[in-house]
Write a protein that binds this ligand. Structure first.
Ligand SMILES: Nc1nc2c(ncn2[C@@H]2O[C@H](COP(=O)(O)OP(=O)(O)OP(=O)(O)O)[C@@H](O)[C@H]2O)c(=O)[nH]1
Ligand SMILES: [Mg+2]
Length: 350
């Protein structure tokens, strides 16, 4: 399975120090002790957040720190407790201690809370040490340090979109174009030997505040007979069984001299032979490497393909993973076809 992994650094707040103070009042020349206790340091809590779907945000800001407790003060005033820190994590996140690898928690329910690091207790003020034999104690204790931890977070990702096509169709190049993933690209078949995953970020819907992300899976190229075990594709078809949408990439000018239309049918046959569920998934047919066709001819090219293939209301677009042409429109189409409700139904944490 695909894993999203990241490391984060946690520090809970230190407790505030206890205070040493003696009461000063006119009619009480030898006032008793009134140094208050320090406040407790803030704790760090992990919280399950259903609106998150990747660990991506942690790459930019991996440090989490809760506030220290304030020191105690005279007049028996206790220091204020340090504010806690809440870390929202996607559902299905496994939390490991990065030092020894032990599994600490699995966050899987919305609002589920796990106290990961406790703040240090505040120290005692001298008031605390008052006794029959010691009426004016001058001792206090320091606040305890807060817990510190390095955590490894892991999230199993289920791809929203599966990239399929013959070897060399440009699947890995497309994954590079839409995400930070950097799968190997080369001009020979079966360059990709195991599934690769990337996270595509679409521009925000309003004022850039809302992130829209798609998890995209790149699998090895499919060839005729893949559904019966030929090539590398068979084993990997199951990796795209749970995606919501397939991007079917067709090389418009295959180096092996085959026709895009024939290649289209060959892949559809393989999908159908593998499972009806896979064949029935929504597909966007992408005439890829469109940069190889001069601009004036592109529309005609799309038209000819439409005539030759009965797409039955399916979606056909032209794009180039190499130049980025048509890629943004392709992602927007993916997003709209997947619909608003795509999560969390397609994601099963564990
Ligand atoms: N002109 C052009 N070439 C492309 C484009 N996309 C990919 N290529 C080239 O096509 C070849 C195959 O690209 P890959 O991205 O490795 O193809 P793949 O589908 O992942 O191939 P496998 O992993 O072997 O199945 C490489 O030489 C790429 O540089 C494109 O949009 N335009
Ligand atoms: Mg590849």
């Amino acid at each position: 399975m695909f894993l999203d992994r990241t490391t984060i650094y946690i520090s809970a707040g230190k407790g505030g120090d206890g205070c040493v103070s003696l009461r000063h009042e006119k009619h009480l020349p030898k006032g008793g002790p009134d140094g208050g206790d320090g406040g407790d340091g803030g704790s760090v809590v992990l919280v399950g957040d259903p609106s998150l779907d990747t660990l991506l945000g942690f790459r930019y800001s991996p440090h989490f720190r809760a506030a220290d407790g304030r020191p105690g003060m005279g007049r028996s005033m206790q220091g204020v407790d340090g504010a806690g820190s809440e870390i929202p994590v996607p559902l299905g996140t496994l939390i490991y201690d990065a030092d020894d690898g032990t599994l600490i928690a699995l966050i899987e329910r919305p609002g589920q809370r796990h106290h990961i690091a406790r703040g240090g207790r505040g120290g005692f003020g001298n008031e605390h040490f008052k006794s029959a034999t010691n009426q004016t104690p001058r001792q206090s204790t320091a606040g305890e340090p807060g817990g510190k931890l390095t955590l490894r977070l892991e999230l199993k990702l289920i791809a929203d979109v599966g990239l399929i096509g013959k070897p060399n169709a440009g699947k890995s190049t497309m994954l590079r174009a839409v995400s930070r993933a950097s799968p190997k690209v080369a001009d020979y078949p079966f360059t990709t030997r195991s599934p690769q995953l990337g996270i595509a970020e679409l521009p925000g819907t309003q004022s850039g505040d809302q992130r829209r992300r798609l998890v995209v899976a790149d699998i090895p190229g499919l060839i005729e007979g893949a559904s019966r075990g030929a090539g590398l594709g068979h084993d990997f078809l199951r990796h795209i069984e749970r995606t919501g949408l397939l991007l079917h990439l067709l090389d418009i000018a295959p180096a092996d001299g085959t026709e895009p239309v024939d290649n289209y049918h060959a892949i559809q046959r393989e999908l159908a032979q593998y499972s009806s569920a896979l064949a029935g998934k929504p597909q966007i047919i992408v005439l890829n490497k469109i940069d190889l066709v001069g601009e004036p001819k592109r529309q005609a090219y799309l038209g000819r393909f439409k005539e030759a293939v009965n797409l039955a209301g399916g979606h056909l677009i032209a794009a180039s993973g190499m130049t980025g042409l048509g890629v943004e429109g392709m992602l927007e189409l993916c997003w709209s076809l997947l619909g608003k409700d795509r999560r969390p139904a397609w994601r099963t944490p564990t």
